[in-house]
Design a protein around this ligand. Sequence first.
Ligand code: NAD
Length: 354
Amino acid sequence: MKTYLVTGGAGFIGSHFIRRMLYEGEVSVVNLDKLTYAGNLDSLADVSAHPHYTFCHGDIGDRALVASLLRKYRPEAVVHFAAESHVDRSIDSPRDFIQTNIVGTFELLEAVRGYWRENKEKLEGHFRFLQVSTDEVYGSLGETSYFTEDSPYAPNSPYSASKAASDHLVRAYYHTYDLPTLTTNCSNNYGPYQFPEKLIPLMILNALDGKPLPVYGDGQNVRDWLFVLDHCRALQTVIERGRVGETYNIGGHSEKSNLEVVHLLCDVLDTLLPRPDGESYRRQILFVKDRPGHDRRYAIDSAKLQTTLGWKPEETFATGLKKTVEWYLAHREWCQRVTDGSYRRERLGLREFA
Ligand code: NAD
């Protein structure tokens, strides 16, 4: 059985990826996570006692810790999710983004380089380092074109700049040290277990609480949306069959303006849980001052991944959104523990690495 070292696995996408690997990939997983505000062990409560799952509470920037994990578990892949990931937070306070996304990735790469150098004969042809990145590194698009793997990097927020820097480090470790790296750049994810600071869960919870649904500017900023499990299947495909040294764009071909997303979300809620007064949730929409440096449009061309590795998304935005809203309605306790902060005070299934 293969072993993967997953960083940031207590976050939104990482927790889905771990569940998938344990139950469908037949892979042992070691999850290294610092448990920042975005790390939530509640999201992994169902796998915490799985015999092939190990949790390690720690920082990717702790090179000695990462080296000891690599020596102990000898993984065939390192899947690097750990990051500060929220654009608004990066505008208010960029330091943590520089520290984790750039310096942390550098320390992680150094530890992995040592492991690779010492075990090259055994690992050659079997080992992969996957950098999980974002389409935001490409900057803002005009009305029509799409980001391809050849699009130049032009990040506009401290978040996207820090992810761009880490992508460049990963690229440099491939070219300079022959480290077998792969990079994926994915569009906006949505789905169960997403922290309610992000657009879709924030809107769902505000709608249910009768609060305003804040939409930036004129609501016409366009994003491409991908259901999180489609992203995880794409990552698995790239690890298993991707060409080392390559970059793959991942997207849902599902471009929506923020206002369209909120309208569709209100429509789903109107059907599943009508407001007591019979009005649409759309009446809670409130336009607020735009975020600085707000990119106008992102759209991903994922033709390379689709044609060379045969991946394509299974969910449409309509089916994925319905599943997401249903999940939030059925998991009010998960939401409650996030909003009242108890997910950080009593951590389910926290077992320290010994
Ligand atoms: P998230 O914020 O939900 O989770 C990040 C996780 O990383 C958390 O569990 C956090 O505790 C952990 N972490 C943070 N700093 C750490 C450190 N120094 N050491 C160890 N762990 C640390 O993020 P997400 O939305 O799941 O995104 C995961 C990755 O995917 C990120 O790298 C992000 O850039 C990328 N990505 C996200 C999206 C999206 O729409 N969410 C889209 C494309 C790419």
